[in-house]
Each structure stands twice: as structure tokens, then as C-alpha cells.
Design a protein around this ligand. Structure first.
Ligand code: CP
Ligand code: NVA
Length: 304
């Protein structure tokens, strides 16, 4: 299996690499002490152009659990490329650090960090992708379903960075995936084409529709905020259009859905109701916990 150089998008992974990361994440989760020195002597810069709770804390604590050292650069440092070029930023950080974790507005910034620096870069959310989230989510799904290739996964709501990473992960795992969005809010066209090709290659499928009934019988339904960080749109402008796409108990029951998933932060009363978010079949806290284990697996593969 080819060694990973960076972790910018799930689409860059072969099926073997993706399944290996899920498998390693399970080992890190259950046998944490075996990995307590995996990053000993290594320092990782985690930088943020946007707010974060789960990503910031799970990387910070996750790096500590692997015996490494995290250096946090917060949003107050401003957008990358303003004080100095992204290239100079990447080259300087590469003088001291062993890796970079970056949450940026533009995916081009993450790519430039990877091109211009000489240490591994992990994308911890860009406008296009959220691969750490997708990996953690597939870890959660694989804990609930032995054979991912038999899964029907539905994403409902705004086609966004999280949707894109889920679509690639589903396609590479041979999942039956349905993406349900209001007209005009579908995922990026190029990502759809790439994910459909990958799905075909791995025996999965990807259907896009505006019809909520297409969620019927899903093993899991996933939603995310209707307005992502950096989107220039107001809730008032979209709430009527998105209202039929809310995940509520009526939808869960009438369509016979298995599990509920959300990357968080959730907007209760918008994309999901409180009862669904808190229900026994909600995987949201498992997903959040798994962020750390999944990311630790990525760092072990990139840095050791
Ligand atoms: N899911 C996720 O990435 O959460 P944060 O934005 O809080 O990091
Ligand atoms: N789609 C959301 C995910 C937040 C974790 C955003 O980009 O804001």
C-alpha cells in the first residue's frame, strides 16, 4: 500500500488506504496505550481561519495522547496570505514543525500549504472538503455495520464540504448513497462526477434528488447546517426552501430510518429537531468522539 503524503481529500485515498485508516482508528480507540509514544518528539501546527470546537479540541488532545506536541494558531492570526504569502508561511512552519493541520476558507490554501511546505498537511475543513469528518463518520458507521458495502446512507440538506467528503468515502466503500437537496443546493458538479465514477468502480451507487421520499429505508440519515461557514446567505432567505428537508421524528419514522448522523455544530429547529438529535439512535457523540481516533490514525500514517 502506498504511503500517504498528505490528507487533503478522501478522494485521494485508495479503498485499501481508506479501510486501513478505519481499521487503525479502531485499534487506536481500543488500545490507546499502544500508541502513546507514536508522535514522541514531533510537533504539529494546527491553524484556523474559521471557528472550531470539535476539530480544535480533538486534534489538541489527540496529539497529546500520541505523545506529540500541538501548536495552536487561532483565527486572530487572520486569513493566511495576508501578512505574508501562504508559500512563505508553509516554508517557515516546515522549518520547525513535523506536520500542519489547516482549517481554511479556500481549499486552494490547503493545497498550497502542501505544495510549498515540506511536511505533511491535513485538511481539517475547507470550503470544498471535510475529510477528517468523513473518516470519523465512516469509522462510526463501520462500528455499527460489519459490511459497509450493504449500507444505504442518505445525506439530506445543503450539498457542502461535509457532503463531498461523505460522497467520496461512500463511493470508495461501495455504499448505496442518496443525496437529497433542495433545487439549487446540490453538491459541486465535479465532485458528483468523480464520486459517481468511484462508486461504479467499487460497486456502490450515488443518486441525487430533491425527493425526500428517496430516504426511505436508509440505514442512516445525515444532515448538516443549511449555511456553512463562509457562505454568504441569510437564514431568512432559505428557510422556506429548506423546511421540507428538516430531519424530524415524523421523517425518521415514516421513512423507517435506522440511525441519525450530524457532524455538529447543530442548529436545532432548523436542519434537525431536538428529539431526533438526542434520540438513542443518534450517532452524533460517537461521531464527535471518533474524530480524535480517526485523526490520530491519519497522523500515525503520515508521520511515522
Ligand atoms: N464537526 C466539526 O468540524 O466541528 P467544529 O467546527 O466544532 O470543529
Ligand atoms: N458545513 C459546515 C461544517 C461545520 C463543521 C461548515 O463548513 O460550516
Amino acid at each position: 500500500m502506498e504511503k500517504l503524503q498528505h490528507f487533503l481529500s478522501i478522494k485521494d485515498l485508495s479503498q485499501a488506504q481508506l479501510l486501513d485508516l478505519i481499521d487503525l482508528a479502531k485499534k487506536v480507540k481500543t488500545n490507546a496505550s499502544d500508541y502513546s509514544q507514536a508522535l514522541a518528539g514531533k510537533s504539529i501546527v494546527t491553524l484556523y481561519e474559521k471557528p472550531s470546537l470539535r476539530t480544535r479540541v480533538s486534534f489538541d488532545i489527540g496529539i497529546a495522547k500520541l505523545g506529540g506536541h500541538a501548536v495552536y494558531l487561532d483565527q486572530n492570526n487572520g486569513a493566511l496570505g495576508k501578512r505574508e504569502s501562504v508559500a512563505d508561511f508553509a516554508k517557515n512552519i516546515s522549518c520547525w514543525a513535523d506536520g500542519i493541520v489547516a482549517r481554511t476558507f479556500s481549499h486552494l490554501t490547503v493545497e498550497e500549504l502542501a505544495e510549498q511546505g515540506n511536511v505533511p498537511v491535513i485538511n481539517s475543513l475547507s470550503d470544498l472538503y471535510h475529510p477528517c469528518q468523513g473518516l470519523a463518520d465512516f469509522l462510526a458507521l463501520s462500528e455499527k455495520f460489519d459490511d459497509l458495502s450493504q449500507l444505504k446512507l442518505v445525506y439530506i440538506g445543503d450539498g457542502n464540504n461535509v457532503t463531498h467528503s461523505l460522497m467520496y468515502a461512500a463511493a470508495i466503500c461501495g455504499v448505496e448513497m442518496v443525496v437529497i437537496c433542495p433545487a439549487g443546493h446540490f453538491p459541486d458538479g465535479l465532485v458528483v462526477v468523480e464520486a459517481q465514477q468511484l462508486a461504479q468502480q467499487h460497486g456502490g451507487s450515488l443518486l441525487l434528488t430533491t425527493d425526500v421520499q428517496a430516504a426511505s429505508g436508509a440505514d442512516a440519515i445525515y444532515t448538516d447546517t443549511w449555511i456553512s461557514m463562509g457562505d454568504d446567505i441569510s437564514y431568512d432567505d432559505i428557510k422556506q426552501k429548506f423546511a421540507p428537508y428538516q430531519v424530524n421524528s415524523e421523517l425518521m419514522q415514516s421513512l423507517n430510518i435506522g440511525y441519525f448522523m450530524h457532524c455538529q455544530p447543530a442548529h436545532i429547529g432548523q436542519e434537525v429537531t431536538q428529539d431526533v438529535f438526542d434520540a438513542d439512535n443518534s450517532l452524533v457523540l460517537r461521531q464527535a468522539e471518533n474524530r480524535m481516533h480517526a485523526q490520530n490514525a491519519v497522523m500515525i500514517r503520515l508521520l511515522t
